[in-house]
Design a protein around this ligand. Structure first.
Ligand code: PMV
Length: 316
């Protein structure tokens, strides 16, 4: 039995779209920040009888809803040549409708706990590769601070780009709904690939945005990192929007408008968003408390979580 803890991450340079073929390989490189203060804690036990059992936040999950997690467990069982069913118990200490992808921290914690519970001495890079097959963004949560995920001939490689202290960045998660139902990212990506007249433009722009954001992070340039991150999210959503994949709600646009107004008043405030309507505002440590209050006052914003760069997945 082994327990692992992982934190969610937010992409500064987004990935959107998969490469053709098997293996869940992103079509473009991405770069994220792992967030402290919010965690998924997952315990895996091998050696049971019958079917694998997966319990999320106290609720036993039906097989159909957890096919990717079951595939991950199967591949660990095969690599370790062990028999017997697995029992997985996973808890998030943040609400699943918080606008933070629980699949990233979830698959990172599962991949680490499962390999260690099976007695495998898999390298962190290979654990990240296992997590990526469940959810591509999960590969980045194996590493702390700022992390990249870069597709290559062999698949995709995750690695740390800069440690937690590289930038005094804060992420203000503006939660705008308790409703967790959105078009899942894999469905939204596939629809964008198949139907968006701007998907080719996104595939062309994303690697350049990634390279520029990576350079800004490595140089410790907070303002440039935040500015380019906002552009990456807007380019991704523009390509999705043209395929009818819409994650914006009225309040999402109200937060974006407030962010632009704050910026016009001289504040560091840039917005990013993923496959859901919540807005994550990027700012400096110094400005974060005041800005969180301002954003919390936008009608329709339910609460604002303040997150800082955090560590990679670990076995406590
Ligand atoms: O990890 P997935 O395949 O669910 O996709 C995540 C996609 C985004 O969050 C929108 C962008 C990213 O790079 O994390």
């Amino acid at each position: 039995m082994t327990t692992a803890v992982a934190h969610p991450n937010i992409a500064l340079a987004k990935y959107w779209g998969k490469r053709a073929g098997a293996g869940n390989v992103p079509a473009v490189p991405s770069l994220s920040v792992t967030l402290a203060g919010l965690s998924t804690r997952t315990t895996v036990t091998f050696g049971g009888r019958g079917e694998d059992v997966i319990v999320l936040n106290g609720i036993v999950q039906p097989a159909g809803a957890t096919a990717r997690a079951r595939a991950l467990i199967d591949s660990v069982r095969a690599a370790a040549a062990i028999d017997g069913a697995a029992r997985v118990e996973s808890e998030n200490d943040f609400p699943t409708a918080s606008g933070l992808a629980s699949s990233a921290s979830g698959f990172a914690a599962l991949a680490l706990a499962a390999t260690r519970a099976a007695g495998l001495d898999t390298s962190v890079a290979d654990v990240a590769d296992l997590a990526r097959r469940g959810s591509a963004s999960a590969a980045r949560s194996l590493f702390g601070g700022f992390c990249e995920l870069v597709p290559d001939e062999a698949g995709a490689r995750a690695a740390q780009v800069a440690p937690e202290g590289a930038l005094p960045l804060r992420v203000l998660v503006c939660v705008v709904t308790e409703d967790a139902k959105d078009v899942p990212s894999s469905v939204g990506m596939e629809q964008t690939r198949a139907e968006s007249p701007y998907y080719a433009a996104w595939l062309d722009a994303a690697p350049r945005l990634f390279a520029d954001i990576r350079a800004a992070v490595v140089a410790g340039d907070l303002a440039k990192t935040c500015e380019l991150s906002e552009r990456s999210a807007l380019a991704m959503h523009a390509s999705a929007l043209a395929a009818g994949v819409v994650y914006f709600r009225p309040v999402t646009l109200d937060v974006y408008a407030r962010v632009r107004a704050l910026r016009a008043a001289g504040r560091t405030a840039f917005a990013t968003m993923d496959a859901g309507p919540h807005v994550k505002v990027l700012t400096s440590a110094d400005e974060s408390e005041a800005l969180a209050r301002e954003l919390g006052a936008v009608p329709g914003v339910l609460r604002v979580l303040v997150a800082r760069p955090g560590p990679g997945a670990f076995v406590p």
